[in-house]
Design a binder for this molecule. Structure first.
Ligand code: PA5
Length: 483
């Protein structure tokens, strides 16, 4: 990974600006029966202005908090100082979290640290600890993580906005017990909690037991929390430049200040995606051509799905809206998914992500000159091959009337990643306005959670338990439908 020069230098910032090329979303490129026309876009301008007004009002009234996250000086200083402490005293840093409380830290780590980071020596990691993210409760997976750790040299970061998520809190209880047994009273020096500044049981436990804590602002929900302590603390611990990251996010805020649909990259991309959906494309594929960005596609999948998949509109109507986000990786998924995208149903819109400068080439030596099927590769590089394949995919999609657009990152660094993530969050919030739903809630997730609470015997969920018993009884009568 190339180190950014200076995000305070305006020329460098302009050079590092990410761009969105949407020509292949348009009828002019993919054909009039398959693409969006300029006049369809222009018709959205007034709607864009209305949504822009609502979003900015939500920001001013502090209902929508993620816009402010790039500007949290004091918290950044506290995170940096705590991460220095972790660096000097611990070999491993383990995130306990799920959903928005885990996908952000994973995405940042994959994007901004070298591949196979945990396999590098401590010196190669610049003295930073290894990073593990326990984002599931699969017992084999969780015990597998614990098995490779030395508790005396490990810091656990329990992340939960609500402070009550069963998966995360179960992990926390297991870890706390393990640490207490191994380390006695000093167990609390191995737990740091990231949670709501005031509410929730995790906040209370942290205060009672004396854990170090970091806040997730009350007006920031899980999937919009990557630039809060949720993403920043693990990132700082593993040596990512969090100030540069936030500078990138702040820069994207600036670029998205305009209510002009054609000038605002986030509004523009949301509108293109929305119109594509209305034109019979409910599937939205994000396909970066860079390994470093594959977990950003995963993070975005949650952001887009959980924010926009809704039953009830803002005016109380049953609407059942929401595009289905799909993640893919170029070139890997050219040999897995691409056949479907090229020739299957015309129900997908594809966002390619290009990196111009990888900071690496991987030259292919000249070899097998006499063999036509191989000789042509010598003298090129893996970078050249990847970029050629991406252009080839873009062209083939376009020739097959498949709507596609391309986001380009001049290079992968904290500044460009900050821009990309903030753009996708603004895009999602704006898309909420287009679909006329609340992008910040997740009532559907709650539904399933309540049955789980009932089954696990949580007080107050006895009715849910009874519903589960009833369901199982009915299922018994239907057991002929299984082989
Ligand atoms: O985006 C969201 O709100 C969710 O995905 C949450 O992040 C997830 O359910 C975990 O919640 P919490 O952070 O409260 O433990």
């Amino acid at each position: 990974m190339k180190k950014a020069v200076n995000w305070k230098d305006s020329k460098w910032k302009t050079r590092m600006r990410i761009t969105l090329d949407y020509k292949n979303m348009m009828a002019d490129s993919v054909g009039k029966n398959y693409g969006i026309t300029l006049s369809e876009m222009e018709k959205m301008s007034a709607t864009a202005k209305r949504i822009d007004k609502d979003l900015k009002q939500g920001w001013r009234e502090r209902r929508i908090g993620f816009f402010d996250l790039p500007f949290q000086g004091e918290n950044v200083d506290k995170i940096k100082s705590f991460s220095r402490k972790v660096k000097s005293g611990y070999d491993s840093f383990v995130v306990l979290g799920i959903g928005g409380s885990a996908l952000g830290p994973i995405a940042l780590q994959t994007a901004l640290n070298p591949p196979h980071y945990n396999l590098l020596t401590k010196k190669e990691r610049n003295g930073s600890p290894k990073l593990f993210v326990a984002d599931n409760i699969d017992p084999t997976g969780f015990e597998g993580i614990l098995r490779v750790l030395d508790p005396e040299k490990t810091m656990f970061n329990v992340i939960s906005k609500s402070g009550g998520t069963a998966e995360t809190m179960s992990q926390f209880i297991i870890v706390r017990d393990l640490l207490k047994k191994r380390l006695g009273k000093s167990y609390k020096n191995h737990i740091v909690a990231t949670t709501d500044p005031e509410k929730g049981i995790l906040r209370k436990i942290a205060t009672d037991e004396g854990f170090e804590t970091f806040p997730i602002p009350a007006n920031v929900g899980g999937r919009f929390s990557i630039f809060s302590s949720v993403g920043l603390l693990p990132a700082a611990v593993v040596g990512i430049d969090i100030e540069e990251l936030l500078a990138g996010a702040a820069y994207m805020n600036e670029l998205c200040m305009t209510s002009d649909l054609f000038q605002n990259p986030a509004y523009l991309n949301a509108t293109l995606q929305y119109l594509a959906n209305r034109k019979g494309k409910p599937m939205s594929v994000m396909m970066p051509y860079a390994d470093s960005l594959k977990d950003i596609a995963d993070w975005y999948r949650q952001l887009w799905a959980e924010s926009l998949g809704k039953k009830v509109s803002l005016d109380g109507k049953t609407v059942h809206v929401g595009p289905t986000p799909i993640k893919a990786l170029g070139a890997t998924d050219q040999h897995s998914q691409l056949q479907l995208y090229m020739e299957g149903p015309l129900d997908k819109v594809i966002t390619l992500i290009r990196v111009k400068d990888f900071g690496a080439e991987a030259k292919i030596p000249k070899a097998y000159k006499e063999i036509g099927e191989l000789g042509y590769l010598g003298g090129h590089s893996l970078k050249g091959l990847l970029q050629a394949e991406m252009l080839a995919t873009e062209m083939a999609l376009t020739h097959n009337q498949r709507m596609n657009c391309t986001i380009t990152l001049p290079e992968v660094n904290a500044f460009t990643i900050g821009q990309l993530l903030q753009m996708l969050m603004i895009q999602t919030a704006f898309a909420g306005g287009l679909y006329n739903i609340d992008p910040f809630d997740q009532p559907g997730v709650e539904h399933g959670k309540q049955y789980a609470y009932g089954m696990m015997g949580r007080k107050g969920y006895e009715k849910k338990r009874a519903e589960v018993d009833e369901y199982l009884k009915q299922a018994e009568g239907l057991k002929g439908y299984a082989v």
